[in-house]
Design a protein around this ligand. Structure first.
Ligand code: GDP
Ligand code: MG
Length: 437
């Protein structure tokens, strides 16, 4: 909803040629409201709007941008600044077993995140040990064991003994078994209380963690920010992990939590699966909030949604320029699994809406496309260049569409082919490590 609101503001700005101070002020009022409705901390909003206004009115003139684009750029920059700087580095011990302590309220996602982080670290070449130190909920130990099994990591348990003793013993165990990092799953409560904080402080004292990571539920908005402040005051957190960003969050927590607590967001949870953990990139998040291009997440989404083997075959075809209309149809179906096509196209940098017009389709058109392609001969599908005027008329008749429809489809196909080639080149660049993830 925040994204839609901001998009609406920017759309109005784009409609104007030169921006007056009044235009900017009006836009800022709307942005301010959108942020407050998204449950962003009001002090953060006030600061934010002030900074953007100063910069926008004091106009940093940039030749290549229109006035509206300049405002958008300033808002984007300031969003990045608000959530940044990027700080996803984890602190490991050089000579000893590293200790990561996960803290947070009940239900925030600690246990799940222990598994996610463990998996992430093992992909980095680490050998994590998960530690069950939440002894109050009967099912908590079992839950961590299940998570551990799913990600193929060992889980250290000692039943319902003192969490401090468990944590110490786990370190010892890790040392003897060649685990180089322990991830301690601590207990949470529904609300912050002294008893919980004291227990966490005792664990901290006993094992001197390299990282104390607060797991917070982003769906809880301002509460998440308050919780983070309290935990930070008591425990001096080293980082935050925001979970459930995949859900229907209003975005407020992500926007204000760093600014209010001064504590970096290191990771975000974006789903219930144990692979759904991502390092936090303020610029990507800002782009997402603004609904602007983010080609890296596009590529990630694409590789996840498209069946790997099919993707490989497709890549081969695109490279050899053998991409056919049949593949095109298949591709449209695949792409639609990722979300609306407009949304996906808009993530490709350099794709202005004008360029989009040639290859825009809606649900109804998709049915047309399928019918048109079905009315073609095999030969025509493989080699569209042979489709001359009389063939076009025949195909239109056969599919119950018009010659214009057929023409449009052929144009869309050519454009998509070009786009696919671009994407494939980008993907190659990423694999070569030109983009850092
Ligand atoms: P804990 O009480 O803090 O240990 O929380 P759990 O790890 O048991 O998680 C509570 C619920 O949140 C579970 O149903 C998880 O599957 C869910 N959960 C955790 N992280 C995420 C996330 O990033 N996205 C979504 N959608 N659900 C999550
Ligand atoms: Mg738990």
């Amino acid at each position: 909803a925040l994204t839609q609101k901001l998009e609406a503001v920017f759309k109005r700005l784009r409609g104007k040629g030169k921006l007056s101070e009044a235009d900017v002020k009006q836009a800022m009022r709307e942005i301010r409201l959108a942020l407050l409705e998204a449950d962003v901390n009001y002090k953060v909003v006030k600061d934010f709007v002030q900074k953007v206004t100063e910069r926008a009115v004091g106009q940093e003139v940039m030749e290549s941008l229109t006035p509206a684009q300049q405002v958008i750029k300033i808002v984007h920059d300031e969003l990045v600044r608000l959530m940044g700087p990027k700080d996803t580095k984890l602190n490991f011990s050089q000579s000893k077993v590293s200790v990561f302590m996960m803290v947070g309220l009940q239900g925030s996602g600690k246990t799940t995140t222990c598994g996610k982080l463990g998996l992430y670290l093992s992909k980095m070449g680490k050998r994590p040990l998960l530690v069950a130190a939440d002894i109050y909920r009967p099912a908590a130990i079992k839950q961590l064991q299940v998570v551990g099994e799913k990600v193929g990591l060992p889980v250290f348990t000692m039943g319902e003994q003192d969490p401090v003793a468990i944590s110490k013993a786990a370190l010892e165990h890790a040392f003897r078994h060649g685990n180089d990092v322990v991830i301690i799953d601590t207990a949470g409560r529904l609300h912050i209380d002294d008893e919980l904080m004291e227990e966490l402080e005792r664990i901290k004292e006993a094992v001197t963690p390299n990282e104390i990571l607060l797991v917070v539920d982003s769906m809880t908005g301002q509460d998440a920010v308050n919780v983070a402040e309290t935990f930070h005051n008591r425990l001096h957190l080293t980082g935050l992990i925001l979970t459930k960003l995949d859900g229907d969050t209003r975005g407020g927590a992500a926007l204000s939590i760093k600014a209010v607590t001064g504590c970096p967001i290191k990771f975000v949870g974006v789903g219930e699966k144990l692979t759904d953990l991502e390092p936090f990139y303020p610029d990507r998040m800002a782009s997402r909030i603004l609904g602007m291009g983010d080609v890296l997440s596009l590529i990630e989404k694409a590789t996840a949604a498209i069946d790997q083997e099919k993707a490989r075959q497709l890549e081969e075809k695109i490279r050899k320029e053998e991409f056919t209309l049949e593949d095109f149809l298949e591709q449209i179906k695949q792409v639609r699994k990722m979300g609306s096509l407009d949304q996906i196209m808009s993530m490709i940098p350099g794709f202005s809406p004008q360029k989009l017009q040639g290859i825009e389709f809606n649900e109804k058109e998709l049915v047309h496309i399928e019918a048109i392609i079905n009315s073609m001969t095999k030969e025509e599908r493989r080699n569209p260049s042979i489709i001359n005027g009389s063939r076009r008329r025949r195909i239109a008749m056969g599919s119950g569409t018009s010659v214009q429809d057929v023409n449009r489809l052929l144009k869309q196909f050519e454009q998509t082919k070009k786009l696919m080639k671009q994407l494939s080149d980008l993907e190659k660049g990423r694999k070569k490590g030109r983009f850092k993830l």
